[in-house]
Design a protein around this ligand. Structure first.
Ligand code: IPM
Ligand code: MN
Length: 358
């Protein structure tokens, strides 16, 4: 039996989470296991119900679970609250910090059936696309102190800070990941401008020399990397980068797969405890309509099975079921272009099609 803290959050979070839970139920049946799911409010809905984006009882449930399955938080309703009380700053970032989830894994894969939804012309993704973005998640400018707007509101400060230890531990994960793949790490920084990047490059290079010289290591400036991602994405295997660069590059990479709604992520700490969430947000424009793409949430659940519960076969089963669903022409609105042989379905129907194929 596994205990899962389920935090659907706001916007499409609840709609796509319903589908992920349905998938987990099917996995329970098929693999004769049990997921004890404990639901709790987080983000804007928690502000509405309890006056705080991360209530103590929600945190307790997370602490007492084997993994956290997270939807998404935020929306226009809470955008005018003081920054510290907003859903993202008040719930998601503290959760990442509290559990020390410094490894953020974002797999970027173009499914053959979805080649036509890739934002690039066919010839640019001829070799297919299979990238892993490894984003440092608990350091850098997201968390560095001091961080404030001056009292007279005439200036503001954010601090970008990285220690050797923080760089080393994420770089190790990148090299280890590459060893199981195509043995290529592209470390993305801005070493021509930022001192944190100078240190980043030094530490990554030193570690590579001492322990991972069997890996092909390239360094790339972040502006160039963002260009290379749309020019020739197949050159990348593992992208290793700091918190904010990883945030930006992963949205860009997501569009190569057809939609922001396709990309899952796993955030892990040293002990392997994990939080699993789609890389996209709450999509307020389509929330409540039941048309969101549940893929990222369902694939996040698959990553939970893989990394937290070591259920590799079940994880693969979900991924294959998704691939089959796409192959059979089912599309949510974000990846539907009216092509022959495709049919537009809603969130619930798409989830059910996946479950049929597990
Ligand atoms: C992500 C999101 C978050 C981030 C937001 C919601 C704080 O964009 O997970 O990529 O910036 O990390
Ligand atoms: Mn993001």
């Amino acid at each position: 039996m596994y205990k899962v803290a389920v935090l659907p959050g706001d916007g499409i979070g609840t709609e796509v989470m319903d589908q992920a839970i349905k998938v987990l139920k099917r996995i329970e049946e098929k693999y004769n296991t049990k997921f004890h799911c404990e639901f709790s409010d987080v983000g804007g809905i928690a502000i509405d119900n309890y006056g705080t984006p991360l209530p103590d009882h929600t945190l307790k449930i997370c602490e007492n679970s084997d993994a956290i399955l997270f939807g998404s938080v935020g929306g226009p309703k809470w955008e005018n609250l003081p920054p510290a009380q907003q859903p993202e700053r008040g719930a998601l970032l503290p959760l990442r910090k509290h559990f020390n989830l410094f490894v953020n894994i974002r797999p970027v894969k173009v499914y053959p059936a979805l080649k036509e939804s890739c934002s690039l012309k066919d010839k640019f993704i001829e070799d297919g696309l299979d990238i892993v973005i490894l984003r440092e998640l608990t350091g850098g400018i997201y968390f560095g102190q001091p961080k404030y707007v001056s009292e007279d509101r005439k200036y503001a400060v954010d601090t970008m800070k990285y220690s050797v230890e923080e760089i080393t531990r994420i770089a190790k994960v990148a090299f280890e990941t590459a060893r199981l793949r195509r043995r290529t790490v592209t470390s993305v920084d801005k070493a021509n401008v930022l001192m944190t990047s100078v240190l980043w490059r030094e530490v990554v290079t030193e570690l590579w020399k001492n322990e991972y010289s069997d890996i092909n290591l390239n360094h790339m400036y972040v502006d160039n990397a963002s260009m290379q991602l749309v020019r020739n994405p197949s050159q990348f295997d593992v992208i290793l980068t700091e918190n904010m660069f990883g945030d930006i590059l992963s949205d860009e990479a997501a569009m190569l797969t057809g939609s922001l709604g396709m990309l899952p992520s796993a955030s892990l700490n040293e002990k392997g405890f994990g939080l699993y969430e789609p890389i996209g947000g709450t999509a307020p424009d389509i929330a409540g309509k039941g048309i969101a793409n549940p893929t990222a949430q369902i694939l996040s659940a698959a990553l939970m099975l893989r990394y937290s519960f070591k259920m590799e076969e079940a994880a693969k089963n979900i991924e294959n079921a998704l691939e089959e669903t796409l192959k059979n022409g089912f599309r949510t609105g974000d990846i539907y272009y009216g092509d022959e042989g495709t049919i537009k379905v809603n969130t619930e129907e798409f989830g059910s099609e996946i479950i049929k194929r597990i």
